[in-house]
Design a binder for this molecule. Sequence first.
Ligand SMILES: *Cc1c(COP(=O)(O)O)cnc(C)c1O
Length: 398
Amino acid sequence: MGKQRIIYMDHSATTYTKKDVVDVMLPYFTNHFGNPSSIYSIARESKQAIDSARSKVAKALGAQPDEIYFTSGGSESDNWAIKGVAYANRKRGNHIITTKIEHHAVIHTCQFLEKEGFAVTYLPVDRYGLVDPSDLEKAITEKTILISIMYANNEIGTIEPIQELAAIAQKHKVYFHTDAVQAIGNVSIDVKSQNIDLLSLSAHKFYGPKGVGALYIRNGIRIENLIHGGGQERKKRAGTENIAGIVGCGKAIELATADISGHNARIQVMRDRLLRGILEKIPHARLNGHPTKRLPGNLNVSFEFIEGESMLLWLDDEGICASTGSACTSGSLEPSHVLLATGLPVEISHGSLRLTLGDVNTEADIDVVLEVLPKVVSKLRDMSPLYQKEAKDRGCNV
Ligand SMILES: *Cc1c(COP(=O)(O)O)cnc(C)c1O
């Protein structure tokens, strides 16, 4: 099988950088290379470019420009929000609340803080991946200083009831952080009316460059610095600015939030047809995540009697890029913590496939996947002794 045209359905892992975004970035590598901390005029151009990008990010979130801090991406923003609030508010309390389905940038940060003497509650989710606001309210104690709940899940696409959760945080005077890396460009966000105190975003998830993102910090929040050094980012985040990246982040968020409903409508129609086709053509398949409260481009399906990584290799052979909830790390297969938290049995979570659509996908891509995937699944099942046995036991032609 030769490599055909690539069908990219892994937009939650990363996206390409739009040409319009690259175009506005390029001059900042060559002509406008000045260090914004210097005083000559080419430096002022860099500074103005950063200010303009900051305003664009602020506008997309309903924040003030002086509440936006550029970082190296989603992981740094999550680390800063959580460690920064934890260290600055230690005297008030040592309790943090998060969920079992966060990105590792949040979960591993919380686990690190547990070793530093902080106590962390990891809230459960229901079978769709939703956090119950009453669970959050019950978990809050006198010592709670931070609640960190993701806006939308990167694996199963579930969109959390952020407004309700943040209102509970506000009622109890606890800071509310959300990892909105997957949400930008897919849901309308207004940090003021939604009572969000801190928000993480990353440009490469919305057609911007990799290695740049931002943390929104509401004015007045007590937070410690994460990166110490020079006085950049109003003395809160040291390091010579990634000017081209920041300019790209600004342009990308402007484009991604210009027509959210139009973008969603187009992608969702394709995603829904793909789901219907998969469930129709492939037996023993189920949808993971919420049927409606989910990211428009996200599809996560589990196939019984299949191992996710083999499926990915076969799909790659056909030019289809996807991902799975089972990751082969250090030789042992680790099922996704997100799928397990939704109550999916270990064996079934190993056979999960995530297809995330973006603006490069077409109806023709959906046709190809609906043609190829059933064949791949059936080939793998034919090789699976477990499947053969199950078929016999059920006495059916599976
Ligand atoms: C991708 C992702 C991150 C990490 O962002 P980087 O910019 O790659 O560090 C964090 N949280 C979520 C939900 C993500 O999808």
